[in-house]
Write a protein that binds this ligand. Structure first.
Ligand SMILES: Nc1ncnc2c1ncn2[C@@H]1O[C@H](COP(=O)(O)OP(=O)(O)O)[C@@H](O)[C@H]1O
Ligand SMILES: [Mg+2]
Length: 373
């Protein structure tokens, strides 16, 4: 898919800006804090309804304004679509598709698919398990929009169960076993949907990431990705068996949960283990090697989304390309070719290969205003 045009009104530091994309590669050039990442953030909002940076819409609306609007015109293989997202400082957002207001927000998903690689993604290797879980969630939302509502349902159950555990620990609420059993059952039912999907996604991503990783690193290193939930199950297990294993693990942890006043079993605690030659990736290798690993994960994400949706997603490279050496840059750019619309932000053009610089569209951003060169 391609984004032909994006129009930002009162979004972050943009007042009223139309950007037309005219080449398969666009470079957005600008000093720090001018609005480069804001532009990519708008595209990510269209692809997952979530910002990678903030959780409240009010942060996305230009300071002092009541509403913001993102409009995009996208080309997919069979059709052209117009997407509109209205964000409010106070109140809910509204979404439109081809001029029709969508009452079900999930219907908006799946129109824009995007893979983003920013410096935040180095957390995939070095950061907490949460960043790895978020990565899987971000891919799943795009591949199966209903996953977003599964996630919201799980988080709601989790919040309420945690509030109960905390209240009991503080002596403010009584411990009613029937009530707790009801929350356990809901946690298990909603949590299993998340854990199983993430685990299956990892199984699909792993061979693709291994292929990319071995070709970028020259074949001597073996990458492995293992989804490791807080309870054990096999894919072939029946849903009842998986629920049973989940529930049994909650019971094992029951005393600790009352003691700590929080839920200890479930997808919010699952880990995704990345290893290279059987050593945890964060302990393995230099920053350059860790960057190679993240690059392999991103290329795997791109290939999987393309193979499932039938169209290449957008590739958003936020301040990372110039950080790769020329050899890895060229590797990446050759791997994606002209098929994939790629939007690259950078503070300087000097680090790029002149060959493909010539074919790219170059835009300059200054203080929330885009200049076409
Ligand atoms: N809600 C907002 N209203 C107005 N300006 C904002 C808002 N949110 C962020 N900004 C401004 O956007 C700029 C940062 O933009 P960003 O795209 O992250 O920069 P960069 O070009 O370095 O990627 C900062 O100047 C910041 O003050
Ligand atoms: Mg930035």
């Amino acid at each position: 898919m391609y984004i032909n045009r994006i129009h930002l009104k009162q979004f972050r530091n943009y007042v009223n800006q139309i950007v037309d994309f005219t080449a398969s590669k666009t470079i957005i050039l600008g000093n720090n804090a001018q609005g480069k990442s804001n532009l990519l953030e708008a595209m990510q909002l269209l692809s997952t309804l979530r910002s990678p940076r903030v959780s409240r819409d009010r942060d996305l609306v230009k300071n002092g304004e009541p509403t913001a609007e993102i409009t995009a015109i996208c080309r997919r293989s069979l059709s052209e679509v117009e997407l509109v997202m209205r964000l409010r400082r106070e109140g809910r957002r509204s979404l439109g598709l081809n001029g029709v207001n969508l009452t079900r927000h999930l219907d908006f998903l799946g129109q824009v698919n995007a893979v983003c690689f920013s410096s935040l993604d180095l957390d995939l290797v070095r950061g907490s398990p949460e960043s790895r879980r978020d990565w899987l969630d971000h891919v799943l939302i795009q591949l199966e929009p209903v996953y977003l509502s599964f996630l919201q349902q799980y988080n709601q159950v989790l919040r309420q169960r945690n509030a109960l555990l905390k209240g009991i620990r503080q002596g403010k609420l009584s411990n009613d076993p029937t009530q707790m059993a009801a929350w356990d059952a809901q946690l298990v039912a909603t949590g299993t949907r998340i854990t199983r999907r993430r685990s299956r996604l990892v199984q699909r991503l792993t061979p693709i990431a291994q292929k990319w990783h071995s070709s970028i690193s020259g074949g001597s290193e073996l990458l492995n990705i293992v989804y490791s939930p807080k309870f054990q199950f096999q894919d072939a297990d029946t849903i009842e068996a998986i629920h049973g294993a989940f529930l049994a693990q909650i019971q094992v942890k029951a005393i600790a949960e009352y003691h700590q006043g929080t839920s200890l079993v479930g997808p919010h605690r699952d880990e995704v283990n990345l290893t290279i030659n059987q050593t945890p990736a964060k302990e393995y290798g230099s920053q350059g090697q860790q960057r190679t690993l993240v690059l392999a994960l991103k290329l795997a994400e791109l290939e999987l989304i393309e193979s499932i949706t039938g169209e290449p997603p957008l590739l958003l490279l936020d301040d990372v390309l110039a950080e790769l050496d020329l050899q890895r840059q060229n590797y990446l750019l050759n791997a994606i070719g002209d098929r994939v619309q790629t939007i690259i932000t950078t503070t300087h053009l000097g680090a790029f290969d002149g060959g493909w610089l010539n074919s790219a569209q170059i835009l300059q951003v200054e203080n929330g205003s885009v200049k076409f060169q």
